[in-house]
Design a protein around this ligand. Structure first.
Ligand SMILES: Nc1ncnc2c1ncn2[C@@H]1O[C@H](COP(=O)(O)OP(=O)(O)OP(=O)(O)O)[C@@H](O)[C@H]1O
Ligand SMILES: [Mg+2]
Length: 205
């Protein structure tokens, strides 16, 4: 269920193509602080597969987590957030790729805030959307184009980068920047493996 929407005044422009995107930082944020068993890298072979990964993450969230999402247009960031919503028992149909809207809020087992920073152009705009208000309490925050808001993000976060491999295939790299997120990602990994085994058994039956 969508609880509230926030709009930016200039957000009625079409999305730019990848070609006009700012260059990626040389060292990806997800690679900054690898723990021993990280980064966790996997290949998704369909958008449903990516959604299942999101679902495994959503199921183990405890509240207050920040999930920073990186990757180009169409990489599957929104598909992953849709899965997180499913895992939190929020309505997945409501999770869309926001064209005009910068922040969506959904209510599930925990409150989920879905942010898209694609159109953020300056620190002042970043401040104007009030992102920081969400980084407290039980709210789970999933942020697309997180590289545009790094200065405002909490220190301890799950970082997920998605890259195109082929039409239906994506490389997904998951990492953490703090102990709380490390614990959650370890749980998510176990949950994902269990769900993958169940999925294989169901499709082979
Ligand atoms: N393995 C996959 N995982 C995720 N999406 C996939 C995959 N294969 C194909 N797709 C398709 O790629 C598109 C991903 O769209 P999505 O809106 O999730 O991307 P995005 O990263 O959020 O893009 P944007 O930066 O525009 O918000 C969808 O059309 C989806 O069907
Ligand atoms: Mg999106």
């Amino acid at each position: 269920m969508t609880l509230s929407l926030r709009f930016l005044m200039h957000s009625n422009e079409p999305r730019r193509s990848n070609a006009t995107r700012p260059a990626r930082a040389k060292q990806h944020p997800a690679r900054r602080a690898p723990a021993s068993d990280l980064p966790w890298e996997l290949v998704s072979t369909s958008h449903q597969h990516t959604t299942r990964l999101g679902q495994a993450i959503g199921r183990v969230l405890r509240g207050g987590e920040t999930i920073a999402l990186y990757g180009p247009l169409g990489a599957g960031k929104t598909a992953l957030v849709r899965g997180i919503a499913v895992g939190l028992n929020a309505s997945p149909a409501a999770v869309t790729s926001p064209t005009f809207v910068v922040i969506h809020e959904y209510q599930g087992r925990l409150p989920l805030v879905h942010v898209d920073l694609y159109r953020i152009r300056s620190p002042r705009e970043l401040e104007s959307i009030g992102l920081i208000e969400y980084f407290s309490g039980q709210t789970v925050t999933a942020i697309e184009w997180a590289d545009k808001g790094l200065v405002a993000l909490p220190q301890d976060r799950i970082e997920i980068a998605l890259y195109h491999r082929a039409a239906r295939s994506r490389t997904i790299e998951l990492n953490v920047t703090g102990p709380k997120s490390h614990e959650i990602l370890a749980l998510a990994r176990r949950q994902y493996s269990k769900a993958a085994r169940e999925h294989r058994a169901a499709t082979e039956a």
